[in-house]
Design a protein around this ligand. Structure first.
Ligand code: NAD
Length: 248
């Protein structure tokens, strides 16, 4: 098994890509500390994973709540003695054209997608520095590289995630530490986040996508798995597109 014994924190673990990753990581032997805002969705995830070789340890956690983030991360580190992997997967959208975007929607997306990633990584990094190793996986988006109409807030956070990834890849690898930081940039993936996207927008994106279909959450989860495992031990500071060829 590719993650046997590894302690992995996944945020936004109860839906879409995070759910697929939690199940895949547990299938590969990981202890998955599954963090999400929804207790009910976490309960469902635990039930789904009950026969897998690894385990799901659920935590109701809002990544924007710094106090709760630091408390939960310390609790996990004390319980398991280490943290091997952090997947910063939680994310939201609040789309509107620039001239119509409310300050509230700007702040909501910045808080979850950018400050949430900062909070989680700041809480986890000292534990990885103690063991001098670890893998941090940040979820960006093709939108963070190329922009998208109606997604000023989202694009700003996903571009910011790439900048933080590259900064942390340099900063956390000092003094010989084998702490790796990479980002995954999904294209159009079939999850609850995209289920209300109008058909004509989907068609427009797919017409520019060589593989001409939406991606499945598992297809992103497998890239998280590779980056979480020791198979990617010489990869850091990278942004890996999982987008059916949309951006090459
Ligand atoms: P999703 O809506 O299915 O799942 C997101 C999860 O994050 C939910 O379980 C939600 O409860 C959780 N969450 C939201 N706010 C949170 C908070 N404050 N604290 C903790 N958890 C919180 O979305 P998804 O499509 O699976 O997205 C996962 C990640 O992938 C996001 O970062 C998203 O931006 C990114 N992404 C998705 C796509 C896509 O097409 N679906 C494309 C590119 C990037």
């Amino acid at each position: 098994m590719r993650l046997q014994g590894k302690v992995c924190i996944i945020t936004g673990a109860a839906s879409g890509i995070g759910r697929a990753a939690s199940l895949l990581f547990a299938k590969e032997g990981a202890v998955v500390c599954a963090c999400d805002v929804s207790q009910q969705a976490l309960d469902k995830l635990v039930e789904e994973a009950k026969d897998l070789p690894g385990s799901i340890d659920p935590y109701v956690l809002d990544v924007t709540n710094r106090e709760q983030v630091f408390k939960t991360v310390d609790e996990i580190a004390n319980k398991y003695g280490k943290i091997d992997v952090l997947v910063n997967n939680a994310g939201i959208t609040r789309d509107a054209l620039l001239v119509k975007m409310s300050e509230q929607d700007w702040n909501a997306v910045i808080n979850v997608n950018l400050t949430g990633v900062f909070n989680m990584t700041q809480a986890v990094a000292p534990h990885m520095m103690k063991t001098q190793k670890g893998s941090i996986i940040n979820t960006s988006s093709v939108v963070g590289i190329y922009g998208n109409i109606g997604q000023t807030n989202y694009a700003a956070t996903k571009g910011g995630v790439i900048a933080m990834t590259k900064t942390w890849a340099k900063e956390l690898a000092r003094k010989g530490a084998q702490i790796r930081v990479n980002a995954v940039a999904p294209g159009f993936i079939r999850t609850p986040m995209t289920e209300k996207v109008p058909e004509k927008v989907i068609e427009a994106v797919l017409s520019r996508t060589p593989l001409a279909r939406m991606g499945e959450p598992e297809e992103v989860a497998y890239v998280y798995l590779f980056l979480a495992s020791d198979e990617s031990s010489y990869i850091t500071g990278q942004v890996i597109g999982v987008d059916g060829g949309l951006t090459f």
